[in-house]
Design a protein around this ligand. Sequence first.
Ligand code: 5RP
Length: 234
Amino acid sequence: MADQSDESSKRRVAARALAFVEDGMTLGLGTGSTAKYFVELLAERVRDGLDVVGVPTSERTRAQAESLGIRLATLDDIPELDLTVDGADAFDPALRLVKGGGGALLREKIVASASARMIVIADASKRVAQLGRFPLPVEVNVFGLASTTRKVERAAAEAGAHGPLALRRGPGGEPFVTDGGHLILDCRFDPIPDPETLASLLVAIPGVVEHGLFIGLASAVITDGAAGIEVVER
Ligand code: 5RP
């Protein structure tokens, strides 16, 4: 296998996802460096006559797709989509994901859950036996940050997950602010022994807007296997 996280690997898994796209489809467009390749390759197909409408999962993806001439809509225009193609920070054998490394988890989860299918494109470095190595992003409201942080810690301990939480910061050291105007706590819970319990405890905390555990959403993961591109179905 080649370098597990090289750019050509990301491009290859993105290219394979095009096989799932059909003329006339409504598509959720993911965020991140792998999803960026997918949008780029999709735009080539659109220039060749493919007719699709995309719903972007971030302002970043919106800007890219718009600049490449992909027709865009919102979930208010099209509340149910045919397919979402998005990246992931980690996936386990049950196709449970950690997402939000790029800070777009809230819109990504809303768009994925509005889609009949979610196909994940992830190079081999994202494949894990157990979630937790990649810090879990938890999107929180600005109000009551210290109180919410404490509740997240307690919820994690109840679900058997332990480790430090850090407020995500931008390149200049300022707090990172999501497209929705919220903050992100990066939670170094390694391992996450019971993702389902952790997920249900996190959503019950009032200050938590969303968390990066995507459970039961991915229909398939396209990744690099020992024998080349592999489509792992749930
Ligand atoms: C953004 C995400 C991305 O899909 C995830 O971070 C993977 O990104 P990349 O393809 O750059 O590794 O969840 O919020």
